[in-house]
Design a binder for this molecule. Structure first.
Ligand code: FES
Length: 102
């Protein structure tokens, strides 16, 4: 498992970019829950941590493509490829994910 940050590092409705090892992810805090996806947009050079979060939908600020942060599915073009998501494990104080399989 990988500890990404303290829960208190990410305000409600906010996004935090975290780099650890080979991973660069975006940590989202929505309605008391935490979600983690790759930070890089699957469409181009956009970083989702720079995007606009509306509920569970993240809009890339580069071409306004949108993904659902719960499952990474594309919900608005021009994105086509789903975003990688990471399972967040139960932890009292920190955002912790499973170590992703290669
Ligand atoms: S780079 Fe994200 S929508 Fe194009």
């Amino acid at each position: 498992m990988i500890e990404l940050c303290a829960k208190s590092d990410v305000a409600e409705g906010d996004i935090l970019k975290v780099e650890t090892g080979d991973l660069e992810v975006a940590v989202y805090h929505v309605e008391g829950a935490f979600y983690v996806t790759d930070n890089a947009c699957t469409h181009g050079p956009g970083e989702l941590s720079e995007g606009y979060l509306d509920g569970h939908i993240i809009e890339c600020d580069f071409h306004q493509g949108c993904f659902d942060i719960r499952d990474g599915q594309v919900v608005a073009p021009p994105c086509i490829v789903a975003l990688r998501t990471y399972k967040v494990l139960d932890h009292e104080t920190h955002v912790v994910i499973e170590t992703p399989a290669e």
